[in-house]
Design a binder for this molecule. Structure first.
Ligand SMILES: Nc1ncnc2c1ncn2[C@@H]1O[C@H](COP(=O)(O)OP(=O)(O)OP(=O)(O)O)[C@@H](O)[C@H]1O
Ligand SMILES: [Mg+2]
Length: 253
């Protein structure tokens, strides 16, 4: 459903945000994207929403070739891919209700239907009592939930959550994770970039680890290799040494 093949992004400054990155994410998966600051997590999200174009490689979402997607089709893509931005991008001069309404206005959904949808998603994230407030009147965790509501309001297939628990205490962070895992259980694919290793360690989900624009570890690939190693051990035990050495090389890349 999401497929990056040998994707590189060289910025105008000469810095490589990503170099030769490939991975697939299936429909309905929940993936943590981890790695130090500057390792390329936000760059991946910007590529997936066509905010930026790659220097090399292909990016496929559903049946769309994102690199070749015509400008006219970008709004369709953005309906399918909801983003919780690292800096939230909540508009300070609009109420929470108006902020969450915005994507529906842009998509041209008629006002009555829009209001219903906004009320539904605000209830889903527990913000019904705050909808007429301005962002400055909300706590950090509540603003994060407003950003989730805005990402959800067009019922996207995919949610990209960029540091959705940044600056939150433990209880609030787990509240946010609960909302995201509930959404995921209803079928939405979620990729969440995070520095919160407490959450990553305690929730058994796929982890893609980045460093300096490269994937240094993908728990799904490691597991598949382990499983196939186990399988071949049972069926053709003489292959085991070859398989083992290729697994080790793969993991060091
Ligand atoms: N518009 C840009 N112009 C030049 N360099 C950029 C640009 N955006 C990102 N970079 C560089 O690309 C690299 C990857 O940045 P990115 O924002 O993807 O990191 P990140 O993993 O999201 O970090 P953080 O955990 O701090 O959010 C960094 O070296 C960054 O400085
Ligand atoms: Mg980032």
């Amino acid at each position: 459903m999401i497929k990056l093949n040998r994707v590189s992004k060289k910025f105008g400054t000469g810095v490589f945000g990503l170099s030769n990155v490939s991975f697939n994410v299936d429909k309905g998966e929940f993936v943590f994207l981890v790695g130090p600051s500057g390792s390329g997590k936000t760059t991946i999200f910007k590529l997936l929403t066509r905010e930026i174009l790659p220097t090399e490689g292909t990016i496929i979402i559903n049946d769309w070739d994102i690199v070749r997607l015509s400008k006219a089709k970008i709004p369709h893509l953005r309906k399918k891919v909801g983003v919780i931005f690292q800096d939230l991008k909540i508009l300070m001069d609009r109420t929470i209700f108006e902020n969450v309404m915005l994507p529906l206005e842009v998509a041209g959904i008629e006002p009555e239907e829009s209001k219903k949808r906004v009320n539904d998603v605000l209830a889903q994230v527990g913000l019904s009592g705050h909808k007429e407030k301005f962002p400055i009147q909300l706590a950090g965790g509540e603003l994060q939930r407003a950003a989730i509501a805005r990402a959800l309001v067009l019922s996207p297939d995919i949610i990209l959550a960029d540091e959705a628990t940044g600056n939150l205490d433990t209880a609030n962070s787990w509240d946010i994770i609960k909302i995201l895992t509930d959404i995921n259980e209803k079928g939405t694919t979620i990729i969440m970039a995070t520095h919160n290793l407490d959450i990553v360690k305690n929730l058994p989900k796929r982890i893609i680890e980045m460093n300096k624009g490269n994937i240094v570890k993908d728990s799904k690939i490691s597991k598949e290799k382990k499983d196939s190693l186990h399988h071949s051990h049972n069926s053709k035990s003489h292959d085991i040494h070859d398989q083992k050495s290729s697994t080790m090389e793969g993991e060091q890349k």
